[in-house]
Ligand binder design. Structure first.
Ligand code: NAP
Length: 265
């Protein structure tokens, strides 16, 4: 998987933003951000449709990640949900298909259905989102050893996963997809982040994204609706933070000393 992708939550929902959003996605792909993250939930399929319309002709260059509602992660329903997503995305396969969060469907049933989709060639890999360590342990015990990713809320202001979940996933070589790497924009005016960014001639968004991607096996998926933000975020992949930068960020955003439950947006 590419280490930096493009998020799509809130895209495809406003007709007036459509041409900018399509151009932003295309530019991101041209710049090498070929991992596209979406979900059936986003705009009730509108984000998937926008991606299909914007990128169908370059489909083979993409790594498409989509997600099913937990209530659809069941026998019978998952295949229908997956096929509907594929239709909107204008593709014959999804590269990574995730259960969006845990619901009431038994994990063993979801695993079975995901494996069936894989065997049928409709998806290449499957994974989960918003699962904390205990849920991951249960998933593996339910036969989910092929789980290919856990997509979680992780950024400078949400460092809880560092205590237990990130080491647990790393020990099993399960990639992490860090969502909301700039905390939906709320991080960008934080004085410590602005200070580090100014010192190294970068932007706060670039520092936050580079920070989220600093660990091996962690992929960041910022959402950007404009060409300017896409270019800026793409350059974050080439930014190297120094020990001093990390120390300044640690002082302002300390890693928790004890385990805190996984948060979600
Ligand atoms: P995010 O990527 O942290 O932030 C997106 C917001 O930041 C947008 O308002 C965007 O504005 C702004 N932004 C992006 N780049 C910027 C830049 N360089 N300078 C200034 N502002 C910038 O938040 P997110 O959309 O919640 O998370 C990213 C993706 O993760 C989502 O789109 C979605 O694909 C995924 N996600 C998954 C889950 C889950 O439960 N699995 C939950 C949340 C998100 P513009 O649009 O104007 O560029």
């Amino acid at each position: 998987m590419p280490a930096l992708g493009l998020g799509s939550w809130k895209m495809g929902e406003r007709a007036s933003a459509r041409s900018h959003e399509m151009a932003a996605l295309r530019l991101g792909v041209e710049l090498g951000m070929t991992l596209i993250d979406t979900a059936e939930m986003y705009g009730d399929g509108a984000a998937e449709s926008l991606i299909g319309d914007a990128l169908a002709d370059v489909r083979d260059e993409l790594f498409i990640v989509s997600k099913a509602y937990p209530q659809n992660a069941s026998r019978g329903r998952l295949t229908r949900a997956c096929e509907a997503s594929m239709g909107r995305l204008r593709t014959d396969r999804i590269d990574l298909y995730l259960m969006h969060w845990r619901g009431s469907v038994p994990l063993a049933e979801t695993v079975e259905e995901m494996e069936a989709l894989k065997a049928a060639g409709k998806i290449r890999h499957w994974g989960v989102s918003n699962l904390d360590t205990e849920d991951m342990i249960e998933l593996i015990e339910a036969g989910g050893g092929e789980c290919a990713a856990d997509q979680i809320l992780y950024n400078l202001s949400r460092r809880g996963p560092e205590h237990e979940l990130l080491p647990w996933l790393a020990a099993r070589s399960i990639p992490v997809m860090a969502y909301s790497p700039v905390e939906q924009g709320r991080l960008l005016t934080h004085p410590a982040l602005v200070t580090v960014a100014d010192r190294i001639g970068a932007t706060p968004a670039q520092v936050a994204i580079a920070w989220a991607m600093r660990r091996e096996g962690v992929i960041a998926i910022p959402k950007a609706g404009s060409a300017e933000h896409v270019r800026e975020n793409r350059a974050a992949a080439d930014l190297t933070l120094s020990t001093g930068d990390f120390a300044a960020l640690d002082a302002a955003f300390p890693s928790p000393r004890r385990r805190i439950p996984l948060e979600m947006l």
